[in-house]
Design a binder for this molecule. Structure first.
Ligand SMILES: [Ca+2]
Ligand SMILES: [Ca+2]
Length: 174
C-alpha cells in the first residue's frame, strides 16, 4: 500500500482510459508515447460542448447618400435658322461661335441637309437672307443630300469664303 504502490499498479489502467478519450476525438496518433506526463493532461478533463450562437444583431443605420452623378452634356444643334423656325438665315455653330453660310452654290440640296438636321423633311426653296453678322463659316457648299451634318458636305473650308453678309443664305424647310 502507499503512494508508491499505487503509482506502480494504476498508471497502466489510466493510460488505457486516456487512449479511449483520444479515439473519441479522432485524434489518436499511434506514435504517441504515453507516459506519466500525458496522464496529467488527462486529469484536466474534457471540454464541454460549445455554447449556442447568440441572437442576430439589429440592422445597422442606412449608409450615407451617394454622390450626385455627372451632368449630361446637352447636345446643342450646330445649325439654326434666324428668325426660324422653318424659314430663315442659315447659321452654323463652330466651337460655340455662330456664323452664316454664303449663298454661292447654295441650293435646296444643301438646304435639305440643314432642314433635316433641324428635324424637317426637306428644303423647298433657298433665298438671300437678311444680312447676319460676325463670321461667315461656310461657302461653296456642295452637299449630296445624304449627309447628316452640313459640315460633312463639300465646301471651301470652314471660315474660308469670298462673300459678304449681303450674300447670307436662307432656306425654307418643310
Ligand atoms: Ca464663294
Ligand atoms: Ca450647292
Amino acid at each position: 500500500m502507499g503512494f508508491k504502490a499505487c503509482q506502480e499498479t494504476e498508471v497502466p489502467k489510466v493510460t488505457v482510459v486516456f487512449l479511449a478519450l483520444k479515439d473519441q476525438r479522432g485524434e489518436r496518433d499511434p506514435s504517441d508515447n504515453l507516459g506519466s506526463k500525458e496522464l496529467l493532461v488527462q486529469l484536466v478533463g474534457v471540454n464541454g460542448l460549445p455554447g449556442f450562437n447568440g441572437t442576430e444583431g439589429r440592422p445597422g443605420p442606412p449608409g450615407p447618400k451617394g454622390d450626385t452623378g455627372d451632368k449630361g452634356t446637352p447636345t446643342e444643334l450646330a445649325v439654326r435658322l434666324v428668325p426660324g423656325k422653318a424659314r430663315g438665315r442659315v447659321e452654323v455653330n463652330v466651337e460655340g461661335v455662330w456664323g452664316t453660310v454664303c449663298d454661292d452654290s447654295f441650293d435646296t440640296v444643301d438646304g435639305k441637309v440643314i432642314c433635316k438636321m433641324l428635324g424637317y423633311q426637306t428644303a423647298v426653296s433657298t433665298y438671300v437672307a437678311s444680312p447676319g453678322s460676325g463670321k461667315i463659316w461656310l461657302d461653296e457648299l456642295g452637299c449630296l443630300g445624304i449627309e447628316s451634318d452640313i459640315f460633312n458636305c463639300r465646301h471651301s473650308g470652314v471660315g474660308i469664303h469670298n462673300c459678304n453678309h449681303n450674300e447670307d443664305a436662307g432656306v425654307q424647310c418643310v
